[in-house]
Design a protein. Structure first.
Length: 127
């Protein structure tokens, strides 16, 4: 399961639908605090979070996640392309995507993190 954390509900809905169409389960959260309160970290296979959000930002969220889940694959997304990316490597961030980004490239990064998703059932030829 992928946890998507971004303060843009339209982006969450769009990515959630995209991942579902590719057989990957996801849950969307409009804040880092909402993600933490949901207590889904133990069932999360990959965390995708925006950097800039009201309240706890994505960097602080990853720092908090690292305390109990140091190996959880994390991917950052941002609308601020001018930010230096080097510090994020210290957090174990796999990739940083700058908005607007390709959903297919994001899916490839998620799969590279080990999240394969479920296979769709095959019913065979009905004829």
């Amino acid at each position: 399961m992928i946890a998507l954390v971004d303060d843009d509900p339209a982006l969450l809905e769009s990515l959630g639908s995209f991942f579902a169409a590719h057989g990957v389960d996801s849950l969307g959260f409009t804040s880092a605090d909402g993600f933490c309160l949901a207590r889904v970290l133990d069932t999360t296979d990959c965390l995708i979070t925006d950097i800039c959000m009201p309240g706890m930002n994505g960097i602080d969220l990853i720092r908090q996640v690292r305390k109990s889940h140091p190996a959880l694959p994390c991917i950052l997304i941002t609308g601020a392309p001018g930010r230096p990316m080097i510090p994020y490597a210290d957090l174990g961030v796999r990739e940083v995507f700058i908005k607007p980004f390709s959903a297919l490239e994001l899916l490839e990064a998620v799969r590279a993190a080990g999240v394969q998703g479920r296979a769709f059932p095959t019913y065979g030829n009905p004829w």
